[in-house]
Design a protein. Structure first.
Length: 113
C-alpha cells in the first residue's frame, strides 16, 4: 500500500483515496491527489507587478519609491536593478542596488525590463 500525504488542513495521517480524490476522515476535507503532487513538484513562480515571470539574473525597474528599512535611504521609482536573485519569503527578490547595497525587494513593486 502506498503512503498517502497527510491532510493539508488538519495534518491527519488517516487520509484515504476515493477515486482521484484524497479524503480526510477527521475534518472531511477533500482534495485532488494529482493537484497536490503538481504543487509540490513545481517551482514557486514569482511574478512582477504586471504578471511577467521573473527569473534569476533578470533586470527589473522599481515602480514606486521604496524606503530602505532602518535607513533614510529611498529607492526611487524607475531605479534599475540588475541581476536579481529570487528567494523565499515576504520579500522575494534579493539584489544589489547601486548607491545602496544589497537589499531585498518585493516582486509586486518591480517590473521586468
Ligand atoms: Zn483533515
Amino acid at each position: 500500500m502506498s503512503t498517502l500525504p497527510p491532510c493539508p488542513k488538519c495534518n491527519s495521517e488517516f487520509t484515504y483515496e476515493d477515486g482521484q480524490q484524497l479524503v480526510c476522515p477527521e475534518c472531511a476535507h477533500e482534495w485532488s491527489a494529482t493537484a497536490a503532487v503538481d504543487a509540490r513538484e513545481g517551482d514557486k513562480v514569482i511574478k512582477d507587478a504586471v504578471g511577467n515571470v521573473l527569473q534569476d539574473g533578470d533586470s527589473v525597474s522599481v515602480i514606486k519609491d521604496l524606503k530602505v528599512k532602518g535607513t533614510s535611504l529611498v529607492v526611487k521609482v524607475g531605479t534599475k536593478v540588475k541581476n536579481i536573485r529570487l528567494c523565499d519569503g515576504d520579500h522575494d527578490i534579493d539584489c544589489k542596488i547601486d548607491g545602496i547595497g544589497p537589499m531585498k525587494l518585493k516582486s509586486e513593486f518591480v517590473k521586468k525590463v
